[in-house]
Design a protein around this ligand. Structure first.
Ligand code: CP
Length: 312
């Protein structure tokens, strides 16, 4: 494999050029071939240790990084902060320096505060990978979303994607908006005024408050989780009204292209963001996102870590 990355950490999708994203997708293609083999392992990261350090709950991202690293033959340690010395008051920096002193070559970190992965990356020698930081970014989620779209649609450039729901609190939306526009996708943001950021900066996006108008003729509809743990419910009159106005249903999808692809990063609040998924199962790429996430994370770990330590 000849693809490489200029960065030694993955903190934001802005670390990646379009060519580097395409390189990650090519690398994921070759690793995903492994999943159909009896022995699903390659020795690329033998002797390396990856630590998953999650300060917030996760099912998909943590498990996917663990499977990805194990398929590359790395040793993987999962630290649940509720079972660690964090509960005795150990600081974030002391925790990460301890992990590095124990011999970690890479740390995958999820944290409720924006900017933590970058702050850590300036203080350690090991590779740092952002698995979601506050309201900021979730770069591997955006990579696997784009990869799923490319796999299902055969291309990225020229497509129109509607991102629906709580854009304001969504690190998934932020990473996707930047990655998608960089890859030539037209992005629409669809949601109630209270859940769309007032300041869009240099994002080249169209904003819609009416769901049917927003998804009209779209190739992809990506609906987001209402982040109830971040008090999102206080930004809408009621969950019932939100579901009625912004829930993705078979009726709403008749406005989109006939071959529309429906994505959701998970976990889903069923009956709120998505209604009656069974009736549009053929359009759903939600489990593809999970499956392709392993290949994307293998590619990211391989391209960051197979060559040696940071600075080598
Ligand atoms: N999409 C996502 O980040 O899911 P988890 O919170 O389960 O990791």
């Amino acid at each position: 494999m000849n693809d490489s990355l200029r960065t030694s950490n993955l903190l934001t999708v802005n670390d990646l050029s379009p060519e580097e994203m395409e390189g990650i997708f090519r690398t994921a293609d070759s690793f995903l071939d492994l999943s159909s083999r009896t022995v699903k392992k390659v020795p690329s990261l033998r002797g390396k240790t990856l630590v998953n350090l999650f300060y917030e709950p996760s099912t998909r991202t943590r498990t996917s990084f663990e499977i990805a690293a194990k398929r590359l033959s790395a040793d993987v340690i999962n630290i649940s902060t509720s079972q660690s010395s964090v509960v005795k008051g150990e600081s974030l920096l002391d925790t990460v320096l301890t992990i590095e002193a124990l011999g970690a070559d890479g740390v995958v970190i999820r944290h409720p505060s924006s900017g933590v992965p970058e702050w850590i990356s300036k203080r350690v020698q090991c590779h740092v990978i952002n698995a979601g930081d506050g309201l900021h970014e979730h770069p591997t989620q955006a990579l696997l979303d784009l990869y799923t779209i490319q796999k299902r649609k055969g291309r990225l450039r020229g497509l129109t994607v509607a991102i629906v729901g709580d854009i304001l609190h969504s690190r998934v939306a932020r990473s996707n908006i930047m990655a998608m526009t960089r890859m030539g996708i037209s992005v629409r943001l669809v949601g109630p005024p209270t859940l769309i950021p007032k300041y869009l900066g240099d994002w080249k996006v169209e904003v819609f408050h009416d769901l049917r108008e927003g998804v009209r003729d779209c190739d992809v509809v990506m609906t987001l989780r209402l982040q109830l743990e971040r008090a999102t419910a206080s930004f809408i009159p009621s969950l019932k009204e939100y579901a009625k106005l912004y829930g993705i249903s078979p009726g709403v999808l008749t406005e989109a292209r006939p071959d529309v692809l429906v994505l959701h990063p998970g976990p889903i609040n069923r009956g709120i963001e998505i209604q009656d998924e069974e009736s549009f199962r053929g359009h759903s790429g939600i489990l593809d996102q999970v499956h392709f996430g392993v290949g994307i994370r293998m590619a990211v770990l391989y391209l960051l870590m197979a060559g040696g330590s940071k600075g080598e």
